[in-house]
Ligand binder design. Sequence first.
Ligand SMILES: Cc1ncc(COP(=O)(O)O)c(C=O)c1O
Length: 426
Amino acid sequence: MSRSSLNRRDFTRLFAFGGSAAVLSHPSFEGFRPASLSTRSLRPGAVKWDDVRSQFLMPPDVSVLNAANLCPSPARVLETVVEYTERLDREPFPSYRTEILGAKERTRELLAGFLRVTPEEILITRNTSEANNWVSNGLDLGPGDEVLIFSDNHPSNNRAWKAKGERFGYTVREVEQVTPHPGFEYYLEAFERAITVNTRVMTFMHQSNVAGELFPAKELCALARDRGIISLIDGAQSFGLLDVDLSDIQPDFYSGSAHKWPCGPKETGVLYVNARVQDRFWPSSYSAYSGRSGISRTHEGMGQRDTPALLTFGTQIEFLQSIGQGEIEARSRGLANQLIEGLNAIEGVHMWTPAEPELRAAVVTFRPGELDARRVLGALEEDGIVAAARGGSDRGGIRFSPHFYNMEVDIERAIDAIGRYMRQGL
Ligand SMILES: Cc1ncc(COP(=O)(O)O)c(C=O)c1O
């Protein structure tokens, strides 16, 4: 293997055929030969979903319906991380170190294209939690200022704002979540009513991880912009699922994780920072190895990082683009529709996810009658189905989140299992 390692030929070989012989002989890949996924065959409307499914390692009798939490990666993601990590340990010559560090910039460009913004506005983080915290760390707020949050936001957003509010003396106000989803108009008005002359920041999720409600991201960002308020969209549940166009939505900040819907390497993520707020945003971390363009020069100094994972984040974005993000969104929404229809037909199931397709995407949460959610989760695991459970009295139950790697049979299996538990008890 050549020492000048990250050349174009290697890239082509890796992504066309899914990895080198050395990687394929790695114990975790024993017996595995990735099907070649011809990107040319993936014209819009012509995706062969069973070809896509064959790129993933789950055996056919395992149905992974937990994308909102953690997604499996196509085998080529694992192979690429292993391949480049092996080379880092085997031949860590300065030229290779320089090349692989540079690959982070290629990932930045790919992320910018994917989200339809500029590379100068992209930070590559470890995950959404870090990205959200960088925003609450990085804005100058103090006594007299207010931050407006949505009550259901993830702790990396709400807990962080509240803790920093106590420390720095600003106030946090909440817009309350309402079940069933009262519609986009309701939330627009609720945010508008809650804004005061002191509101400096507004933050909400694009899609909720609790019951899959969608929020009117573009309209809420326009409202914030009109009032001179900074907007942060938590995109953990939209990045890699929805066909997100930030040039249209125009938030000030947007966060996401590669290991959720994009099916990328673990512990990689993104923070988009709109050029118009960069002069008001402080770095959270100062160290070596920052980025080479735009805001990453000052805000991405994080010291030594998992460079093979950063590189692979970019190649996974290329994989999604080879299928088409619109196709992926439509596929995942279609599977969620099938799931909702089947679950709603089971007597005793109470659906928390909105009935209206335009108010939801691919997170489906329901209460399985009087059954205990933890026991249902255990039974699902025994039946080879991966889901998530939510305890407590507030929208407790089971969450299924199907994605483009699922087949219709996964959905049927999940519906059958819930129907059986409801009829026979656990
Ligand atoms: C809406 C939302 N924000 C943030 C996160 C945190 O994501 P991560 O654990 O990748 O940082 C999650 C995780 O489920 C989430 O659902």
